[in-house]
Design a protein. Structure first.
Length: 84
């Protein structure tokens, strides 16, 4: 925890400036940003499931394209069916 005490006859602006400088030097902001935007790694099973889902979708899309029935509405329907 960073603590900054006000000196005698110090203006509030300089106190805030000194505090923000101490925060930047300590690295607290960098750690907070790293934690905030950190993405957890997927497990092997999740990665495999995602890859298999993509393969299934591609297979159905290619089939629809060959039949000439591929459009946005059919694509959404295919995705809904495969999720279940």
């Amino acid at each position: 925890m960073i603590e900054v005490k006000r000196k005698e006859r110090e203006s509030p602006e300089s106190l805030i400036r000194r505090f923000s400088r101490r925060i930047q030097q300590s690295g607290v902001l960098m750690r907070a940003r790293k934690v905030r935007f950190r993405q957890e790694e997927k497990s092997k099973t999740e990665m495999r499931a995602g890859a298999m889902y993509k393969v299934k979708v591609r297979k159905v899309v290619n089939k629809l394209k060959k039949m000439g029935k591929f459009d946005d509405q059919n694509f959404k329907n295919v995705k809904k069916k495969l999720i279940k």
